[in-house]
Design a protein around this ligand. Structure first.
Ligand code: NI
Length: 235
């Protein structure tokens, strides 16, 4: 069970009252208010969010509450658990650091094996995925496109088990990417680095390509770590 520091957390009623009714729709009101409270740590990871209680606290019906919870799930801020309903996602600085450490160990190795064998089709696919990410707003789709982009660069590594591990870690990283984008905005996708990585791979400049990938992962790891530090200092 998570540690609940109830003394410095806020009640749902306080959170709803502080936000005030300055939103266009009830769904937006509930979603934006809960998103801010989760990101700020005012609601602890592991807290069950019951639809009835939320409807009461916000003075809205259950339909917008349900829709808001679905939107929060798409941003990886809430998980739906059997018998418990919507539960605030447990993410931690430690888990994020672990995930990035594993990615840092696996992805450059897969990329190095893949670069010499990448085909024109693979590189075109990578370019298409970058363009799709530029046009995409939905955080779930963005996470998926990011994962497919990275996999397109590693596709020719020729090591089935290595690639399976890479894909598994990329999938686990998805919630941090979504959390990250929810906290910082979609500009944080680092598309310049995606473009630079692809360009270096196309020119078969393996060392440069791998250097960019490492910097890309390090930057993401640092940003999420800083996010937790700032948040935990505040609360
Ligand atoms: Ni990326």
């Amino acid at each position: 069970m998570p540690v609940h520091r109830d003394d410095d957390r806020s009640s749902l009623a306080e959170i709803a009252r502080d936000a005030g009714p300055r939103y266009r729709t009830a769904t937006e009101y509930v979603e934006a208010t809960l998103r801010a409270a989760i990101l700020e740590g005012r609601i602890a990871g592991g807290t069950a969010l019951r639809q009835e209680e939320l409807a009461d606290a916000f003075g809205v019906s259950r339909m917008p509450v349900r829709e808001a919870l679905r939107q929060l799930e798409a941003q990886a801020l809430v998980d739906f658990m059997p018998h418990r309903g919507a539960v605030v996602t447990e993410i931690s600085a430690d888990d994020a650091a672990d995930n990035y450490a594993i990615r840092m160990a696996l992805e450059p190795a897969a990329f190095a094996l893949s670069i010499p064998a990448l085909t024109a089709e693979d590189l075109d696919r990578g370019r298409e995925l970058i363009a799709e990410m530029d046009a995409e707003q939905d955080p779930v789709r963005l996470g998926e496109l990011n994962r497919r982009f990275h996999m397109s660069l590693y596709a020719r590594a020729g090591r089935v088990k290595l690639l399976a591990l890479v894909e598994q870690q990329l999938a686990a990283a998805d919630r941090y990417l979504r959390f990250h984008l929810a906290a910082k905005g979609r500009d944080h996708l680092s598309q310049d680095e995606h473009r630079a990585m692809l360009d270096a791979a196309e020119k078969r400049e393996a060392e440069r390509a791998i250097g960019i990938l490492k910097a890309h992962l390090e930057k993401a790891a640092t940003t999420i770590d800083e996010f937790f530090r700032t948040r935990d200092r505040r609360s």
